[in-house]
Design a protein around this ligand. Sequence first.
Ligand SMILES: Nc1ncnc2c1ncn2[C@@H]1O[C@H](COP(=O)(O)OP(=O)(O)OP(=O)(O)O)[C@@H](O)[C@H]1O
Length: 288
Amino acid sequence: MASPLFRAKNIGKKNSDGTWLFRNIDIDFSHGVMTITGPSGVGKSTLLKCINQTIVMDEGQVWLDDKTPDQWGVPTWRSKVMYIPQRTTIMEGTPLDFLEEVRAFSVHKRNKDSYDDPVQIALDWGIRPHLWHKKWNTLSGGEMQRISLAIGCSFRPEILLLDEPTSALDEVSCEKVERTLGHLNCLWVTHNPQQAHRISTAGELVMRGGDNREPPLEVSIDDGNNNNNNNKNNNSSNNGKKKDGGRGQHEEGEEEESQGKAAGVGAGGRVRQDSASSSDKTVQAGRR
Ligand SMILES: Nc1ncnc2c1ncn2[C@@H]1O[C@H](COP(=O)(O)OP(=O)(O)OP(=O)(O)O)[C@@H](O)[C@H]1O
């Protein structure tokens, strides 16, 4: 069987006090959108930065096409596994100035035809061309977010590491951006359970913090009919497979759609493709 495009094995990052912020994160990813969810502060952004090699991980290894960042060379790795931060740091100059600067980096120096046009990408998302000539500090949060994303997409990275890429967008813009990014390979951090459900085509990584190999805490959720569901009770309808916890509850009627789409994180924190049933309302609680 062919190796996945991207692999992460046992990724771990410590807090400054030596405890584990997260540990034992395993990912096999080939194409599509894999969502990363979990409570605030659990380390989702830090995980993306570890993968991108912006932050040094304390444990584990990552591979793209079976080669490590060192084998690729870190600048090349970052151009292939590209991180788009949650908030764009306000920069001097205009987005066009920034684009020229990035293209001048040797790792991005290529034939003009090997780029997509970010102005065109952003135009599809409602960013009119004149905005590229405005100073960054005069753009709205949503404009900055779409322009940064368009620049990232234009370099055609193998994988985009997206940190809440639509957090500043209205519903219509969000839908347009989702439609474009849905055709690319993305590891996508989101806080929005509906969005995770909508966009995830390659599974969900639900981060719980600490050692992801520890069994999740189980929380019973009242389904509104005074019926408490828990993991044990639902195993019969779920063939014993754990359901992802980050999305928690789905609406009735979504069950069929979620078959084969939802992914659970097993005890090892490994993302696995499950045909989990959304009738299982057991959630994994954060464990720090
Ligand atoms: N370079 C770093 N090394 C170690 N810990 C860090 C580093 N950067 C941030 N942290 C800490 O890691 C913790 C997790 O932060 P992070 O931003 O990754 O969480 P998150 O899950 O993305 O949160 P949110 O959902 O609120 O954006 C925080 O306590 C933060 O202070």
